[in-house]
Design a protein around this ligand. Structure first.
Ligand SMILES: [Zn+2]
Length: 206
């Protein structure tokens, strides 16, 4: 890509470092900013800088927060003995959006993946194990993605706490709501049969 301005080229190059943004999209975004009032670019850059400078991670669950202990962990109305293990903040947001979960979370910050060089020590696993060993939890729900890395991570954590007095569960995996059976892949359909539930549970929301 040939640029008539070094300043434009630098802005496009920086923008295209973001995931999913190619050079063409970066150029379109940068040209859009150039057409807008200058303040818009100031607000954008300032909010990104503020985020990088001031963002915190909750001391208890490690979710992204503006305060030392996040709103979920400091909410007395939630069940603090019910802990849901997730990979990152997007999973917390997705589960919160369902309005079905009243426990608290533990955000690992990823999952064990030897191929990507991610081992257990790079994740927030030891603080979870400590929390459970201190006897402050009744049930641990594994809500990691249904991949080999997710299963490995679940199993690794399970091995560390299997002697503790705690119920462990995993989110149900199966046919999506509205899906036709014939279009489900065989692994999903197979798991759905294996993990079938009593019929009366199928129409209860909790
Ligand atoms: Zn928290």
């Amino acid at each position: 890509m040939e640029f008539s301005s070094k300043l434009l080229e630098k802005a496009v190059n920086e923008m295209s470092q973001l995931p999913g943004i190619g050079k063409r999209t970066a150029l379109r975004l940068v040209l859009h900013l150039l057409k807008q009032p200058k303040e818009q670019t100031t607000f954008l850059s300032q909010s990104l800088l503020n985020m990088r400078e001031d963002i915190k991670f909750c001391e208890s669950c490690h979710n992204i927060s503006d305060v030392e202990v996040c709103e979920i962990c400091s909410n007395k109305n939630r069940d603090h003995q019910l802990i849901c293990v997730v990979e990152d903040i997007r999973d917390v947001m997705a589960i919160e959006n369902t309005g079905q979960f009243k426990g608290i979370y533990h955000v690992l910050g990823g999952k064990i993946s030897p191929i990507d060089g991610v081992g257990p020590s790079q994740l927030k696993i030891s603080s979870l194990v400590e929390k459970i060993k201190s006897g402050n939890a009744r049930e641990l729900i594994f809500a990691l993605s249904s991949t080999m890395e997710g299963d490995t991570t679940n199993f690794y954590i399970y091995k560390q706490i299997q002697d503790c007095d705690i119920i462990t569960s995993t989110i149900a995996r199966g046919i999506s709501v509205g899906d036709e059976l014939e279009y489900a892949d065989e692994v999903t359909l197979g798991r759905s049969i294996l993990h079938r539930v009593p019929f009366e549970n199928s129409f209860k929301s909790n």
